[in-house]
Design a protein around this ligand. Structure first.
Ligand code: NAG
Ligand code: NAG
Ligand code: NAG
Ligand code: NAG
Length: 245
């Protein structure tokens, strides 16, 4: 086989690969356009039958006591939110077998989940940085923003001088109650395997679904919330010294 033939064959292979690539990106563009046109971001998914169920899983990557407010704990975390939006589903066969796509959250409905009694109520819970989510052809949505939780803690000093913290926070939709939305923990605890160099130790967590009822709000039969409890012990000052060395 002459060199010319090899070059031609290589060029043809590159052309075919290029065509497949551009067909794929054309499919992605068509799918994004379809999803954008089909979705009304002001209406929650499944509004006519109640509303969506949001599954929440949390992973801590930092937990500390504020210097200036000693009975306030601040937790850095990643929050994995999952729900189904039937308006964002598609038939993979119609779009070159694409089964998943990344989508900007500004163009779709997302739950207004927040910390109810935040010790820093004017600071948003979710970071603005993670503005892309993943959508599957079934309409399943995964959004995993970083978040910061600032909550009051009940601080007690044990007989041995050990300082214990017990903080409780409620996580849920601010506006939507039963039956417009539901919220469930994907795990009964907060993941702490990503927690390193935390000034607090002995960390125990629990996450439980509760219904908060306010009698003074007519027409609302309660808000589904996740009750998050974090217990931790402050490291002794000796330990801190060791860490600095
Ligand atoms: C999609 O998948 C089907 C079944 O596996 C296959 O026959 C078809 O060629 C695929 N279409 C594309 C565009 O890859
Ligand atoms: C704080 O913790 C102590 C010791 O566990 C307990 O006796 C007390 O009731 C708690 N206070 C609040 C407001 O939860
Ligand atoms: C966490 O749980 C363990 C085992 O039950 C217990 O020994 C530890 O004291 C707990 N930590 C706190 C801060 O309550
Ligand atoms: C460490 O704690 C002990 C008693 O709890 C105290 O006497 C000492 O001054 C502390 N050291 C520092 C560097 O804070």
């Amino acid at each position: 086989m002459g060199l010319g033939k090899v070059v031609i064959l290589c060029t043809m292979a590159a052309l075919v690969a290029g065509q497949e690539k551009s067909a794929r990106s054309a499919m992605t563009t068509a799918l994004l356009r379809d999803l954008r046109n089909a979705n009304d971001i002001y209406v929650r998914p499944g509004a006519d039958i109640g509303g969506p169920t949001v599954w929440v899983n949390m992973h801590l990557f930092g937990l500390e006591k504020l210097k200036e407010r000693t009975n306030v704990l601040q937790a850095g975390m990643s929050v994995d939110l999952r729900w189904n939006d039937p308006r964002l589903s598609w038939s993979p066969e119609e779009f070159g077998n694409l089964t998943t796509i990344f989508f900007p959250i500004k163009d779709m409905w997302i739950p207004d989940i927040t910390i109810w009694q935040s010790a820093d109520p004017l600071t948003p819970f979710f970071s603005k940085e993670q503005d892309i989510c993943q959508i599957f052809s079934t309409g399943d949505v995964v959004w995993a923003p970083k978040a910061r939780m600032t909550v009051y803690s009940n601080m007690t000093v044990g007989a041995n001088g050990e300082v214990h913290h017990r903080a409780r926070a409620y996580l849920g939709s601010w506006m939507l109650g039963v039956p417009q939305i539901d919220i469930h923990p994907s795990s009964p605890t907060i993941g702490s395997t990503m927690l390193q160099w935390s000034p607090l130790t002995g960390i125990n967590t629990s996450v439980e679904r509760v219904i908060q009822v306010f009698n003074e709000i007519p027409g609302i039969s309660g808000y589904p919330l996740l009750e998050v409890t974090i217990e931790a012990i402050e490291r002794g000052n000796e330990t801190t010294g060791e860490l600095i060395q």
